[in-house]
Design a protein around this ligand. Structure first.
Ligand SMILES: C[S@@+](CC[C@H](N)C(=O)[O-])C[C@H]1O[C@@H](n2cnc3c(N)ncnc32)[C@H](O)[C@@H]1O
Length: 358
């Protein structure tokens, strides 16, 4: 797992092309998704010799999937069950897809349901028909025995919910931001059937035993030749809370088991899971611990120029454990389209860094 040659790391502004299969990943608007950066990440990673990759904060799953298409053995991890479910369905799973009979079973309207979504989230995110549909899928899922098939159905249901939800998040109630887009007009059933197709088409075999984990990045006991680290970005100016944004789809995947419901909230969310990335001190310590635990691996960290630790601090933490540390900067503009900023305004320019330790 050394570098392929002894030259300095190439700071490529020319991202590498990726195989056709990579574009089959059914992406959604997941906060912090690196969908637009996977070519850059591969440009950097491909300069090393490695067989196994650990994606410690897999989120949407798009980076894990990219590494899978490069025929690496991929270990994915995220502390949210709905993220881990996506990689179970599309990274760990090499050959199972949903058949028409499976879908018929999932759409069986005569199975009694617990009405949990219809009753708990009445008029909160989706209309009655859509809520009933979710409850029906949940009920029929319990009758499906194959765990991989379950993960495919859940991945499709989650995708349908995220697509039908304006802005793809569950931090507000009602149908604000409904701009009449096709995605919002389709029923959840229609969205689900499209999602099943997209998910099925994304399944492929890279000949490796890939594995999806659902744990805390600081305690997951797994090593790999290369570790990709993309935690929530900490900034005192913005909130980086994932569970709060995605609690509804997280609830679907966990079937609301083992969560602490906050019944008095308008959104009917549940208590977020503890994570060190909620405050500055915790964030510094977490990076230190993660780098120490994975000190024998090639490390690639995604982080942005408007977050803490800053560039110099991050390099210093990494230098404690790695001989060579380099920073690749990817020019990247976040869109602030409806916040009154002018395009080209310097304040909009956030640099995405890849910190590479080897
Ligand atoms: C920036 S996102 C990752 C995005 C991902 N690379 C992608 O391209 O979609 C950060 C992720 O870290 C997860 N996370 C937050 N704290 C965590 C922890 N302590 N352990 C594991 N995952 C955590 C969140 O659930 C979220 O999915």
């Amino acid at each position: 797992m050394s570098k392929l040659n002894n030259d300095k790391l190439k700071i490529t502004s020319e991202p590498l092309e990726l195989p056709e299969q990579t574009s089959k990943f059914p992406s959604t608007r997941f906060m912090g998704s690196k969908e637009k950066l996977i070519n850059h990440i591969w440009s950097v990673a491909s300069q090393f010799e490695f067989e196994t990759v650990l994606d410690l904060f897999s989120g949407s799953g798009v980076v894990s999937y990219m590494f899978k298409t490069q025929n690496k053995q991929v270990f994915s991890n995220d502390y949210m069950a709905f993220s881990a479910n996506i990689t179970k369905a599309l990274v760990e799973n090499n050959n199972v897809t949903l058949t028409e009979e499976d879908i018929e079973g999932i759409l069986n309207e005569s199975t009694p349901t617990d009405k949990f979504v219809s009753e708990t989230f009445n008029e909160i995110y989706f209309n009655d028909e859509d809520n009933k549909f979710i409850d029906m899928v949940r009920a029929n899922l319990k009758l499906l025995e194959d765990e991989t098939k379950k993960s495919l159905v859940l991945a499709a249901l989650v995708r349908a919910c995220l697509k039908k939800r304006p802005r793809g998040i569950f931090t507000y109630t009602g149908l604000r931001y409904d701009d009449g887009r096709r995605d919002l007009k389709l029923t959840l059933r229609e969205q689900f059937l499209e999602a099943v197709k997209a998910v099925n088409e994304a399944v492929f075999d890279n000949g490796k035993e890939n594995k999806s984990y659902n744990g805390d990045s600081l305690t997951v006991e797994k090593h790999a030749d290369l570790v990709y680290i993309d935690p929530p970005y900490y900034s005192p100016l913005s909130d980086n809370e994932y569970v709060r944004r995605y609690h509804f789809v997280e609830g679907i995947v966990r079937d609301w088991q083992g969560v602490e419901m906050q019944w008095n909230t308008k959104t009917k969310k549940f208590k977020s899971y503890p994570t060190p990335f909620k405050n500055l001190q915790g964030t510094y310590e977490a990076f230190d611990k993660i780098f120490e635990y994975h000190r024998n691996s090639i490390l690639i960290v995604s982080y942005s120029s408007n977050s803490l630790p800053d560039k110099e601090e991050m390099v210093a933490i990494m230098k404690k454990y790695k001989k060579n540390v380099e920073v690749v900067s990817v020019d990247y503009k976040y869109s602030f389209g409806n916040q009154g900023h002018k395009v080209g305004d310097n304040k909009n320019k956030v640099e995405e860094y890849l910190f590479v330790g080897y």
